[in-house]
Design a protein around this ligand. Structure first.
Ligand SMILES: C[S@@+](CC[C@H](N)C(=O)[O-])C[C@H]1O[C@@H](n2cnc3c(N)ncnc32)[C@H](O)[C@@H]1O
Length: 200
């Protein structure tokens, strides 16, 4: 876990490459329609990184809290918030696998983070707990990919297995669909991404 975080600390300043921005924009385009009628809602972007996703969504929500376990990622995100004068976004350093914060939100977004967290059920349970009643969890991640084998990451997720875990922690309804296939987008392998939305 800590090794993983060090990796992100080292990456932060050079995280926003052209390829990552391009992928982020594809994700933003997929998530925005999910946030229609969310003007009064609070959003937590868990594992926000440099804010490539949620800083493009702040016009759709009441407020956005960017949470990450890498301070340096958050420094980059905070610099963007200040520079772009986004007045409804904040950052918070936290790792919900280590501590349970006193937070509540109407929408939780988890984009390309689940694959880095060993115990999927545990983090889903934490995210369930911080959601308000009727809250919505939006997960973006990679589909299961047998070409990838790395000790620190899940090689994607199988839709039915993830659905089962979401149900197990208490989510009422989940829909999952693949929305993008790309070349070399997951550890240099061709891969596809899914969006999962669940209601508490
Ligand atoms: C691949 S980046 C994704 C960034 C952003 N969500 C996006 O889609 O562009 C993964 C991020 O998750 C963060 N992360 C990894 N494990 C975490 C944990 N246990 N708690 C909070 N953040 C975590 C990393 O520091 C990193 O910023």
């Amino acid at each position: 876990m800590h090794m993983e975080n060090n990796v992100f600390e080292q990456m932060a300043k050079r995280y926003d490459t052209e390829d990552r921005i391009e992928l982020a924009n594809i994700i933003v385009k997929e998530v925005r329609p999910q946030l229609q009628n969310s003007k009064t809602k609070t959003l937590i972007d868990y594992g926000s990184g440099t804010g490539l996703i949620s800083l493009e969504l702040t016009d759709l929500v009441d407020s956005a809290l960017l949470v990450d376990s890498s301070n340096q990622m958050l420094e980059v995100a905070q610099a963007k918030i200040s520079h772009k004068e986004i007045d409804n976004a904040k950052v918070l350093y936290s790792d919900f696998t280590q501590e349970t914060p006193e937070l509540k939100a109407d929408i939780v977004l988890v984009s390309l983070v689940l694959l880095h967290i060993p115990d999927t059920t545990k983090i889903l349970r934490e995210l369930y707990n911080i959601l308000n009643d009727d809250g919505k969890l939006i997960i973006i991640d990679f589909d299961k990919n047998d070409k990838i084998n790395h000790p620190m990451v899940h090689n994607g997720f199988e839709h039915n297995e993830l659905k089962q875990k979401l149900q197990e922690v208490g989510f009422a309804a989940t829909t999952i669909e693949t929305f993008h296939h790309g070349n070399r987008i997951f550890m240099n392998q061709d891969a596809s991404m899914f969006i999962s939305t669940s209601v508490k």
